[in-house]
Every structure is written in C-alpha cells, then in structure tokens.
Write a protein that binds this ligand. Structure first.
Ligand code: ADP
Length: 401
C-alpha cells in the first residue's frame, strides 16, 4: 500500500492507496494543528468519523493519522509494515528538482535551502517529511514537487526581463505551480482521447481557488501563468492575478497604502471576491449573476476573458492547440464558465457540445467538444494524490531491497 502525505502549516492530509493504485483504502485530514479545537476527519471502510482531539504539533498529527489507519474499527491496516512507501507533496523544488525523487538527507537539506522561495509551504512540507521518516523509517519516502513539471519551460518563457543578476544571484524567475495536477490531467486526457501524449498540444486550465493555465506540448510544460509567487495569471478567488506591477508605486505614493497593506489587498481582497463583492466561491457568484447582480456577472466575464486570452497566447506559443483541458473545482463543475471560455473560439477549432458541457459536473471525466472537432475539449477531475502515489510506487520499486 502507498501512503500519500500533504503537510500544510496547520493541516496534514493523507490517503492510503492499494498497491495497484485502483482504490483509496483510507483518507483523512488532521486540522488546526497547534490551535484550539484541532480535529481529525478520517474515512475508511465506507465510514467517516470526525473527532475533536488536541493535536499540539505535526509530530502528534502524524502519529494520530497512523493510529487511525491502524484502528480496529475505522482503520485500513493491521500493521504499519503494510505501508510499502510514502509519497510527500512538496511545493517548491525550484530548479534543483526536475522530477520526483527519493528523500535522502541531501534532499531535505536542499529543501531547507529553498525555503525562502516558498516560506509558507516548504517549511511545513519539510516537517511532514522529517516526521514521516521518523515514524516509518523502514520504507522509501518520495518527494513529488509541484514545480518539477514546469522545469521543461525554455528560458524565453521562464525568464523575467529584469537585470540578469537577479536570476543569477537570487534565482528570480518563473517557476510555476500546480505541476502535479497538470501532469496528471494531461496524461489522463491522452488516455481519454486515445491519442499519444506526444501528439497533443494542450492548454490545461486548472481553475480552483488558485488558478493556473499551462501550455503542455507533447506532455511537457512549455509555459505557465503562475510565476515566482502564486499570484500572476488569471484572477483567482481572492488574488488579483495579472495587474500592472506599477500599481504598487501608485498605491504607496498617492494613496498612502503600505506595502503590507497592498500585499493583503492584492492577495486576499481582490480577484472574484473583490469584483463581485458577494464572495470568492464561484457557486455563489454564479447564483448572484443569474439573479441579475451586475458585479457578479462582471467577475465571471473577467474570469472567462482572462482565461480565453491565455488559451490564445498559449496556442501561439505551441504553434496550435488540439486539446483544451478543464480541471479543479471550477473547471470540473462550472458549465457556464466553460461555455464563456469557449465562446467565439471556433477560429482555434474550439467548440462545445452544449449538452455534454452541462453533464460534465461532479467529478465526471468527459469529452465536451463535438465529435471531429479540431480541438478536443475535455473535463478531467484532477487527482494530485494519485499522481503522487504513481511516482512513489515507481521510485520505491527501484530501491534496492
Ligand atoms: P483548491 O484550489 O482550494 O483545491 P478547488 O479545486 O476545490 O480549490 O476549487 C474551489 C473552487 O471551485 C471554488 O471557487 C468553488 O466555488 C468552485 N466550485 C466547486 N464546486 C462548484 C460548482 N458546483 N459550481 C461552480 N463552482 C464550483
């Protein structure tokens, strides 16, 4: 069995896969680690339990997860020896990690060195890895980096036109995120379309709370909308996305808004929330727009328009597009947004079958373009954990016994 671990600053999420990776035997999340009211939600054997339990540290959270996996009633294993390998989600591998890797002391040291690039994510990821190694020392542990998939981007796509020394001395460049999701859905799209991955020029629209658009040519990322921070590209739930970087000077000099305040505004008060005024949840925004709320309608229009522009740009970057992939919360569940993105895109061969588009909700994997369309449009539910489990099993099987 393969265990996947995703450690955040106050959460640990886990999933236990069967060896063939066909079944999830258990899944859970320990939340509010180190805070008041910490709790675990754990599901296995068709039952879900939610228990409020004090959890002071990530170490305790990890131990708790293992206890639940071993539990005689809620558990899925009778001995930790049944876990053959552990896969850890790792957010930032910068240019040091081109692919998933077995975790060694050198890997941990390198990740610690990269922490300033992802101060919110890498430190908890590292804690998760260290605790995992301590609790399950006899099995291979694998790190699967969110940035690794985008390491195939050419310099013309990943460089920023800043003085070159910032790249050389401070590693300032586009890295890209959501790579694990992107890799999974691009492979899955090739399966669904029964076409070799090498033939596909895909644009992947990962539309969740975070939004990334990625150009995937023959299975390799060649450009992506999120850059150094998790900010650029299409507007997101509460993040502004592409705005004029010069605004920061105007906010500071003319409006007297501090840098900290500006950061809060563009990260937490902007995007779908900032425009609609009704929330950052696309369901709420869509409902408000249907009832005639003009700002909610504007938020949807802007969101779809920004995605459309990236699709056009990336079709140009790849010399054409023959596959458009929608994934994550909004991509998998919002027929109106998919319709708006694909409207008037026939010049790129992009068309929708309206009925299929309506049907593709709630985690369904579906082709939603009409048969014979030059560009296939597909909805693929993302599954980062499965991708992590696939890499983990592959790398673990190469380990000398
Ligand atoms: P995260 O990036 O946090 O993993 P998700 O992929 O879960 O986010 O996506 C969250 C987004 O998906 C929210 O904006 C939510 O409104 C949207 N979403 C979920 N279900 C639906 C739905 N049925 N219709 C429209 N949007 C939905």
């Amino acid at each position: 069995m393969i265990l996947t671990i995703n450690t955040g600053s106050s959460t640990i999420k886990y999933q236990l896969f069967s060896h063939d990776l066909e079944r999830v035997l258990a899944r859970g999340i320990v939340s509010r680690i180190g805070e008041e009211g910490s709790y675990i939600v754990h599901a296995a054997r068709g039952k879900e339990v939610r228990h409020v339990i004090p959890v002071r540290s990530h170490r305790e959270a990890f131990e708790l997860a293992i206890q639940y996996l071993l539990h005689p009633v809620y558990g899925a294993i009778s001995d930790v020896g049944e876990i053959e390998a552990v896969g850890h989600r790792a957010v930032h591998g910068a240019d040091a990690f081109m692919a998933s890797t077995l975790i060694t002391d050198a890997v941990l040291d390198k990740m610690a060195e990269l922490a300033p690039l992802a101060p919110l994510h890498n430190p908890p990821n590292l804690i998760g890895m260290r605790e995992g190694l301590r609790l399950l020392p006899n099995v291979p542990h694998v790190a699967v980096f969110d940035t690794a998939f985008h390491q195939t981007m050419p310099p013309r796509a990943y460089m920023y036109a800043l003085p070159y020394r910032f790249y050389e001395e401070h590693r300032i460049r586009r890295y890209g995120f959501h790579g694990t999701s992107c890799r999974y859905v691009s492979h899955q799209a090739a399966e669904v379309l029964r076409r070799p991955l090498e033939e596909l020029n895909s644009v992947v629209c990962h539309l969740g709370n975070g939004v990334t658009i990625t150009a995937v040519k023959g299975g390799q990322s060649v450009d992506t909308s999120i850059g150094f921070a998790t900010f650029s590209g299409v507007m997101m739930g509460t993040r502004a996305g592409d705005i004029d970087p010069g605004l920061v000077f105007h906010f500071s000099r003319e409006l007297g808004i501090s840098l900290e305040e500006y950061e809060r505004i563009v990260y937490y008060e902007s995007g779908l929330l900032g425009i609609s005024g009704v929330g950052n949840d696309m369901r709420v925004i869509t409902e408000a727009a249907e009832q005639g709320n003009e700002r909610a309608q504007l938020a949807m229009d802007m969101f779809a328009y920004m995605i459309k522009k990236y699709v056009g740009a990336y079709a140009a970057a790849m010399g054409g597009i023959n596959c458009l992939i929608f994934t994550a919360g909004i991509g998998e569940n919002s027929p109106p947004i998919r319709r708006m993105v694909c409207e008037d895109m026939a010049f790129l061969g992009i068309q929708l079958d309206p009925e299929c588009n309506e049907e593709a909700v709630g985690g369904r994997e579906m082709v939603i373009s009409p048969p014979g369309a030059a560009c296939s449009v597909v909805v693929i539910p993302t599954n980062e954990e499965k991708m992590i489990a696939i890499d983990t099993r592959r790398l673990a099987s190469r380990q000398p016994a």
